[in-house]
Design a protein around this ligand. Structure first.
Ligand code: NAP
Length: 291
C-alpha cells in the first residue's frame, strides 16, 4: 500500500511556487495577491481562512483578509465583491463558504469576476472546465488530480466511483476523471444519497473518491483488493479526551480499508493540505494571466 501523502506533496508544490515568486521578485514584477472574504465567526471557516493566509506568507504572496460581521447584509457583501473586482492590486480572491443564511450564496458567487475566481466556483469557470478549456479548477478536485498525477496512479480506462455530488467536490471530480487526458479517461459513476445499494458500485471500483462527510462510511467489505481510495471527508467528531474537544474523521475506515488498498489518502494529511496548495497555484495562474 502506498500512502498518498498530501502534506508532503503540498509542501513540494509550495516550494515550487515560492521559487517562481522569488524569480518574479528578481525580475521586478508584482507578486501574486490573494484576498479572502470571511463573513461571520464560524470556527471551521476561521481555521481554513487562517491556513490560507499563512500559506500565502509561506510562498511570498501578498494577502488580504477581509473580515465582515455575521450581520453583514447581502448588499454590503456584494459591494465588497465589486470593490475586489475593481481593485487592480488583487489578482484573485475567495469568499469563504458557508455564508450566513440571510445571504444568497449563488448571487454572491455569480458577482465574482470570473478572472479573479481562484476557487473556480463561477459558472463560467465550471463550464470551461467541463468543455476542456483553460479555467480555474476548484481547488479540492484540482488537488486530487495533482496527487493522482504525482504518484503516477493509473486512471486510464479504470472504473472510478465518486461518492457525493456537491458543486465543489463530487460533481467537478466526476467531470475531471471522465475528461480526455491523464489523469482522466476513467469510466465514472457519480453516486449520492439516493443511490441504491451503493456497495454494488464501490465493490467494482478501481478508484473511489469519497466526498460525503459521513465519518468512516466506507468500510473494508465495500471495496475490492488493490483499490485506490481518496478520502475527501473532514468531519469534526466530539471527543472530550482531546484538548480541542473533537477529532477530525474522514469518510473512510482507514485502518481496515488501507489493508486492501494499493493507494490511499490519510485524514488528516491527505486531500486537505492539497486544497490550499492548489488555491495558491490558481492565484499564481491568475497573476500570470493578468500580466
Ligand atoms: P455536501 O455538499 O454536504 O455534499 C455531500 C454529498 O454526499 C451529497 O451529494 C449527498 O447526496 C452525498 N451523501 C450524503 N450522505 C450520503 C450517503 N449516505 N450515501 C451516499 N451519498 C451521500 O458536501 P461537500 O461540501 O462535498 O463535502 C463533503 C465532505 O468533504 C465534507 O466532510 C467536507 O468537510 C469535506 N471537504 C473537504 C475538503 C478538503 O479540502 N479536504 C474540501 C471540501 C469539502 P445528496 O446530493 O443526495 O444530498
Amino acid at each position: 500500500m502506498t500512502l498518498l501523502d498530501g502534506k508532503k506533496t503540498s509542501n513540494d508544490i509550495k516550494d515550487e511556487i515560492a521559487l517562481e515568486v522569488q524569480a518574479m521578485k528578481e525580475r521586478g514584477e508584482k507578486v501574486p495577491h490573494l484576498a479572502a472574504v470571511l463573513v461571520g465567526e464560524d470556527g471551521a471557516s476561521l481555521t481554513y481562512v487562517g491556513s490560507k493566509v499563512r500559506a500565502c506568507e509561506r510562498v511570498g504572496f501578498e494577502s488580504t483578509l477581509v473580515k465582515m460581521p455575521a450581520s453583514t447584509s447581502e448588499e454590503e457583501l456584494l459591494a465588497k465583491v465589486k470593490e475586489l473586482n475593481e481593485n487592480d492590486a488583487i489578482d484573485g480572491y475567495i469568499v469563504q463558504l458557508p455564508l450566513p443564511k440571510h445571504i444568497d450564496e449563488q448571487k454572491v458567487l455569480l458577482a465574482v469576476d470570473s478572472e479573479k475566481d481562484v476557487d473556480g466556483f463561477h459558472p463560467e469557470n465550471f463550464g470551461k472546465m467541463a468543455l476542456d478549456m483553460p479555467a480555474f479548477i476548484p481547488a479540492t478536485p484540482y488537488g486530487i488530480m495533482e496527487l493522482l498525477d504525482r504518484y503516477d496512479v493509473d486512471t486510464q480506462g479504470k472504473n472510478t466511483v465518486v461518492i457525493g455530488r456537491s458543486h465543489i467536490v463530487g460533481r467537478p471530480m466526476s467531470i475531471l476523471m471522465s475528461r480526455k487526458g491523464n489523469p482522466g479517461n476513467s469510466t465514472v459513476t457519480l453516486t449520492h444519497s439516493r443511490t441504491q445499494n451503493i456497495e454494488e458500485f464501490t465493490k467494482e471500483a478501481d478508484i473511489i473518491i469519497s466526498a460525503l462527510g459521513v465519518p468512516e462510511f466506507l468500510k473494508a467489505d465495500m471495496v475490492k483488493e488493490g483499490v485506490t481510495v481518496i478520502d475527501v471527508g473532514i468531519t469534526r467528531v466530539p471527543d472530550e479526551s482531546h484538548p480541542k474537544g473533537y477529532v477530525i474523521k474522514g469518510d473512510v475506515d482507514f485502518e481496515n480499508v488501507s489493508a486492501k488498498a494499493s493507494f490511499i489518502t490519510p485524514v488528516p494529511g491527505g486531500v486537505g493540505p492539497m486544497t490550499i496548495a492548489m488555491l495558491l497555484k490558481n492565484t499564481l495562474l491568475a497573476r500570470k494571466v493578468r500580466q
